[in-house]
Ligand binder design. Structure first.
Ligand code: AMP
Length: 395
């Protein structure tokens, strides 16, 4: 796997696909610089080698050239984060881009206008990719968030750099972290899968049954399993067409020697609302009119033991409706157990959408070994797929 450190960038023009799809407020100020900071090590290394940098990104989902999605809004912030005055090209193709790239000197950083101003980007258009490729002398992919898309700048472009292409430091770290969980893991390995539905996690569950010793299943999907096993789940969320599938998963886990842990008690509420009345009940005896919205204390105690005994932990999906403070305890507690186990030497990876949001919201980010930057991309990797953006660098 070729990474940045396998190259010297002296006098090279590095064309880097970054994910600068950052949130902007109503005055077009960047409200979260995480994604820009995440790409900084890659940019720094190239500049330190004596190279120059051409940054390519998308921002939002524009339909053609829409001012509000212009990357010009992020130029000042990017300059501040990088400590370099970023030059902006008002187009990502044509004369504007070509002249800007041609004039670029070692040590300089050029940011191209939003790639998605052209539908060719998402269409994976080969001619568009070739135009982009002509701007630089080496291609670096550091955008994990879009690595699962075969877009022009994330995948198709790589073919124009048969040898001069590599993973950026961020993307390499994502791949390495996932490898440490799925392939080179230290046992016991535990996966915690939460979230709302079994159906959206089924491929992940099936793929990782071969890789883990323990699987904690929580969140809304708990109730599909409990109902399948004959429990009374009241008004809890349930996918009635997935009951057989739930039993199949449990059977497969048994055959593979994977221990499954499902909540034994829940915080049940008489409405899907933060100010609803609540009671702690056995997960198999939820009264009609009540629904389980968070893991209960006995469940958390069980989960804590499993987490503390684990050497490798993967977490995807919340244990309850953490967006409502009264049902966030399970998710917060789980995050704290993982943090504690990590402090004792376990490797922990948090990936995919809501659990990443949760660890950030509850201030636990720094206490995890790695928090992934790509929601959809991480889920696809957990499903066992090789992402097109990653494959294109390996080809
Ligand atoms: P997902 O997108 O599948 O990872 O699901 C995340 C969502 O699941 C979050 O918005 C949670 O609020 C929701 N969730 C977690 N536990 C429950 C539950 N017991 N009932 C309903 N929704 C839940």
């Amino acid at each position: 796997m070729k990474t940045l450190n396998d190259f010297n960038f002296n006098n090279k023009k590095a064309l880097i696909r970054v994910d600068f799809n950052v949130p902007l407020d109503e005055n077009f100020n960047v409200t979260d610089v995480n994604r820009i900071e995440a790409a900084k090590p890659t940019i720094d290394k190239i500049l330190a080698d004596g190279g120059s940098v051409i940054l390519m990104s998308h921002l939002g989902r524009p339909k053609g050239k829409e001012e509000q999605y212009s990357l010009k809004h992020i130029v000042d912030t990017t300059s501040k984060v990088l400590g370099v005055d970023v030059i902006f090209a008002t187009d990502c193709r044509g004369e504007v881009a070509q002249n800007a790239a041609a004039n670029l000197q070692p040590g300089q950083v050029l940011l191209l206008e939003n790639l998605r101003f052209y539908p060719e980007e998402e269409a994976g258009d080969v001619a568009f990719a070739k135009e982009l490729a002509s701007l630089g002398t080496i291609y670096v992919n550091d955008a994990f968030g879009t690595a699962h898309r075969a877009h022009a700048s994330t995948t198709i472009i790589a073919q124009f750099f048969p040898n001069e292409k590599c993973f950026g430091l961020l993307l390499a770290k994502e791949i390495e972290s996932l490898n440490r969980v799925l392939n080179n893991s230290v046992k016991p390995v535990t996966a915690v899968l939460g979230g709302s539905k079994v159906s959206s996690k089924i491929t992940v569950i099936e793929n990782i049954l071969d890789k883990v010793d323990h699987m904690i299943l929580g969140g809304g999907m708990t109730f599909t399993f409990v109902k399948a096993l004959g429990g009374k789940i009241g008004d809890s969320i349930c996918e009635d067409d997935k009951l057989d599938l739930a039993l199949e998963i449990l059977q497969k886990a048994k055959e593979k020697g994977v221990q499954i842990h499902i909540p034994v008690d829940v915080v049940a509420a008489n409405a899907f609302a933060n100010d609803a009345q609540t009671q702690i009940v056995d997960v198999r005896e939820i009264p009609d009119g009540w629904q389980g919205l968070d893991a209960g204390p006995k469940s958390l105690e069980n989960f804590r033991k499993v987490i503390m005994d684990s050497k490798t932990i993967l977490w995807n999906g919340p244990l309850g409706v953490f967006e409502m403070p009264n049902f966030a305890n399970g998710t917060i507690s789980l995050g704290e157990y993982i943090a504690e186990s990590t402090a004792h030497g376990a490797f922990s990876l948090v990936g995919g959408g809501d659990s990443v949001a949760a660890v950030k919201q509850f201030g636990l980010e720094e206490k995890m070994s790695y928090v992934s930057t790509g929601g959809g991309a991480m889920l696809e990797m957990l499903e066992g797929r090789i992402l097109p953006g990653i494959q294109a660098i390996l080809d």
